[in-house]
Design a protein around this ligand. Structure first.
Ligand SMILES: [Zn+2]
Length: 340
C-alpha cells in the first residue's frame, strides 16, 4: 500500500485515513476481541469486573451527532482529525488514535458503558470472537436488507474479506433467504459456505473479466466481499430491481468505476464504508444466543495465545487466538489495585 500511494495508484483519500505513509510499523495489531473486564473507572455503572464483553473495533462516545445516527465508527468526539475521515480504532496504527492493538494483555476502553456489550449467558466467546468487526459487518450487510425483503435471494462474492463473506452466507441462510449463492476461488471456503447451507460456485482466482456470466440468478441482496473493483461492478449488475449491494471491502484504486446506468435501470442501492458495529451488536448477540448460529465454523485456525506469531504467519481464512479466563481472585486484586 505504501508503494501504491507513492505511485498514485491508491486514492489519496486512503492517506487521509491512515496517514501519508500508511501502516508504517511498528504498531499494535488486532481489532477484534472478546475480553474480560479486570478494572473499571469511577464513572462506569453498567459494566462490572469479571464481565465477558465484546469490544467493538472502533471506539465511540455514544452521544455525539454521528453516534446518535448509528455511525459509531465516525464518532466526532473521539475521531482524530478532519470531519468525515475520522477513525478512532484499535489495531490500525497511530493515525487512528492511541488505543493500541487488541493483541495485548490489557486494553483501555473509553466510554465503557456505551462501547462494551456483554456476551449473553451460554454463548461460547469463541463463537463470537469476530463480533467486534467481521461477524457484525456480515450481519449489517445481510440482515437489515433481508428484513426489508423477507425471503429474498442473496449473493455473496467472497474471497477478499475472507471471513466476512462466509459469515454473510451463513447469516443469510439462517435469516430465511430463499436462495443463497456463494462464489469463491478457494475450496476450503466453499466448503464452509456449503456447510452453512449456501449453494457454492467456484470461480478462478486471477479473474480480470466480469463474473456476471457465471452468476446464476439476480438478487435482492448482494454482499461484495472480494474487495475487487470488478467484483463491485458484478455485484451491482447482479441486483434485482430495488436490491441492495453492500461492499464490505475497501476499493483503494484511484478512480474505481461503477456501472451507474445499470444502477439507474434497477433502482439499485449501494452501501460502502466501514462497519458501524456497536448499534448492531445487541441484535446479533441475541440472535446467536437464541438460534445457536455456529459462527465458529468460519474459524480456520484456532491457536493458543502464546502461539500468536506462528498463527499469524499461516495466512489462513480466520485466525482466532484463545487464552484462559482469569480466576475470580486475581480479578478482585486487579480491581482493588486500580482503585488504590
Ligand atoms: Zn460519538
Amino acid at each position: 500500500m505504501q508503494a501504491g500511494v507513492k505511485l498514485g495508484r491508491i486514492d489519496p483519500v486512503v492517506s487521509s485515513i491512515v496517514g501519508e505513509v500508511p501502516f508504517q510499523g511498528p504498531w499494535g495489531i488486532g481489532h477484534e476481541a472478546v475480553a474480560q473486564v479486570t478494572a473499571i473507572g469511577d464513572d462506569v455503572t453498567g459494566i462490572s469486573v469479571g464481565d465477558v464483553v465484546v469490544v467493538p473495533w472502533a471506539m465511540a462516545c455514544g452521544t455525539c451527532y454521528e453516534c446518535r445516527l448509528g455511525l459509531t465508527a465516525k464518532c466526532s468526539t473521539l475521531g482524530t482529525t478532519s470531519p468525515g475521515k475520522t477513525l478512532s480504532a484499535y489495531g490500525f496504527g497511530p493515525e487512528c488514535g492511541t488505543w493500541g492493538g487488541m493483541i495485548t494483555d490489557s486494553l483501555r476502553i473509553p466510554f465503557a458503558d456505551f462501547n462494551l456489550v456483554r456476551v449473553p449467558d451460554g454463548v461460547d466467546p469463541l463463537r463470537v470472537a469476530a463480533a467486534s468487526d467481521n461477524l457484525t459487518d456480515a450481519w449489517r450487510s445481510v440482515v437489515p436488507p433481508l428484513t426489508q425483503r423477507p425471503e429474498g435471494k442473496v449473493l455473496v462474492i467472497g474471497g477478499g474479506g475472507q471471513s466476512i463473506g462466509l459469515y454473510a452466507a451463513g447469516l443469510a441462510v439462517a435469516n430465511g433467504a430463499s436462495r443463497v449463492d456463494y462464489l469463491d476461488d478457494r475450496d476450503e471456503r466453499l466448503g464452509v459456505a456449503a456447510d452453512f447451507g449456501a449453494t457454492v460456485h467456484k470461480v478462478s482466482k486471477n479473474r480480470r473479466r466480469s463474473l456476471l456470466d457465471s452468476i446464476p440468478d439476480r438478487y435482492d441482496v448482494v454482499v461484495e466481499a472480494s474487495s475487487k473493483p470488478q467484483g463491485l461492478r458484478d455485484a451491482l449488475r447482479a441486483l434485482r430491481p430495488g436490491g441492495t449491494c453492500t461492499g464490505t471491502g475497501y476499493y483503494v484504486d484511484t478512480g474505481t468505476k461503477l456501472p451507474v446506468m445499470d444502477m439507474y435501470a434497477t433502482s439499485a442501492t449501494l452501501n460502502v464504508g466501514v462497519s458501524h458495529v456497536r448499534p448492531h451488536l445487541p441484535a446479533l448477540l441475541d440472535f446467536i444466543a437464541e438460534t445457536g448460529f455456529e459462527a465458529e465454523k468460519v474459524t480456520s485456525l484456532h491457536a493458543d495465545w502464546d502461539d500468536a506469531p506462528q498463527a499469524y504467519q499461516a495466512h489462513t481464512t480466520k485466525v482466532v487466538l484463545h487464552r484462559e479466563p482469569l480466576p475470580a481472585v486475581s480479578l478482585r486484586e486487579s480491581n482493588s489495585r486500580k482503585q488504590r
